[in-house]
Design a protein around this ligand. Structure first.
Ligand SMILES: *Cc1c(COP(=O)(O)O)cnc(C)c1O
Length: 402
């Protein structure tokens, strides 16, 4: 098993397998690249051999570390990457990644030089942007790759179908613009009722049909995010854009997969300190938890500045010695308290799982999100840079790390 340390930007090779005894911050995330590869292979099995896979690695690969994840997904069968910002695409280019990269988010004319510098494909929905790309591309003697974005019902980025067709027509006279894709994003792919998603898909295909009628043939038509590629096979078209499922979350399509995905990220910390409280004594700001019996409190060196939602105060759970323990009192910037009274033998230095598996128990990002009133995406993207990421890269790993 190979283990790489990741100090957010730089990667440092670690000599020993991470353990509660290793040096470094006693709060960390482990990213299992074997799980990432497994999940990409599952996408491949679902969509068959002929479709492209664009792995979405925006927001630092949903908090997992974009460069390490990008290398792994490309090795495992993805051939495109999707990012949110031109800067995210540039960071991948600087790491030597050469595959096509589509910027899924909005971009503005002043970003044309950066987009061309990185040979990044642009989500295009305005003539102004097309002109900025045309001018900058001809200045550089290159072409600009674009994917026309059709708003078929998200009410967000893109042009309505009729205007998308007009834009495609306009692009024909722009010699430096290469139309690489035509796409849309679905609003309800995880809804058991597929009718709205199918309507959106129809609108996209209608634009494509009319464009073909005018001699415009777009190589890559795409619509499917993770939930859609599982639940709406018709939406897979030429290219699929899985994000969350690459990271092993299945909340949008639970029970619909032939093989289980593997969550890639575990978030761990250690018990840093123990306190014994008598009945009537309280914990943390605002005294929102008051002991009703003799209580053993474990203090964890992790807080909302690491991305632990403060909404988990007095609601969330962690795993210690294979048992569930409740968060008690208000979560602080750098500290969180848990009730360890029912964890026999709990000691300073014990490994604590915030997300992941310990013994027979597990807490997923989705479980944490439900308690916090949000979605796993926000939990994963919310892990801040001060949580070091460690990469485990090997075949099947053991049940417990360390
Ligand atoms: C984020 C994003 C995706 C990936 O969505 P998941 O639900 O994570 O699979 C796909 N397409 C676009 C346009 C996106 O912004």
């Amino acid at each position: 098993m190979q283990l790489l340390g990741h100090g957010f930007q730089e990667e440092v090779a670690l000599k020993e397998i991470i353990s509660p005894r290793s040096s470094g911050r006693p709060t960390w995330a482990e990213v299992d690249l074997g799980a990432i590869a497994h999940n990409v292979e599952l996408v491949r099995a679902l969509v068959g051999p002929d479709r492209g896979i664009m792995a979405v690695v925006k927001a630092d690969a949903y908090g997992h570390g974009a460069v390490a994840v990008a290398r792994k997904v490309l090795e495992a069968g993805a051939s495109w990457l999707g990012v949110g910002l031109p800067e995210e695409g540039m960071a991948l280019r600087e790491a030597g990644i050469r595959c096509p990269i589509l910027v899924l988010g909005p971009t503005m004319p002043q970003q044309a030089p950066q987009l061309l510098e990185g040979d990044l494909s642009v989500s295009l929905y305005s003539v102004e942007m097309a002109m900025a790309l045309q001018t900058e591309a001809s200045r550089r003697g290159v072409s600009a790759r674009v994917h026309v974005k059709v708003d078929t019902g998200m009410g967000r980025l893109g042009l309505e179908p009729a205007r998308s067709l007009e834009l495609l027509e306009r692009l024909r006279s722009m010699s430096r613009i290469r139309i690489e894709g035509l796409y849309t994003h679905l609003a309800t792919a995880d809804d058991p009722d597929p009718s709205f998603a199918l309507k959106q898909l129809d609108r996209l295909l209608e634009v494509d049909r009319l464009a073909r009628g005018r001699g415009i043939r777009v190589p890559f038509r795409h619509a499917a995010n993770s939930a859609a590629l599982v639940t709406l096979p018709d939406s897979t078209l030429d290219l699929v854009r899985p994000g969350i499922m690459i990271y092993g979350c299945d909340s949008g399509f639970r029970g619909r997969l032939p093989v289980e995905m593997r969550p890639a990220l575990s978030w761990k910390t250690l018990v840093a300190h123990l306190r014994e409280l008598s009945p009537g004594e309280s914990v943390s700001y605002g005294r929102t938890f008051v002991a009703s019996r003799p209580t053993i409190i474990g203090v964890l060196p992790v807080g909302y500045a690491d991305g632990l939602p403060r909404r988990l105060s007095n609601r969330g759970e962690v795993l210690v010695r294979g048992r569930r323990a409740s968060m008690v009192g208000t979560i602080c910037m750098d500290m969180t308290m848990v009730d360890l009274t029912r964890v026999p033998g709990a000691s300073v230095g014990d490994e604590v799982v915030l997300i992941g598996r310990q013994g027979q128990e597990s807490i997923t990002a989705d479980d944490m999100a439900k308690v916090a009133g949000t979605i796993p995406y926000e939990i994963l993207c919310g892990l801040t840079p001060r949580v070091p990421r460690y990469y485990l890269d090997g075949p099947q790993r053991g049940k417990e790390a360390g």
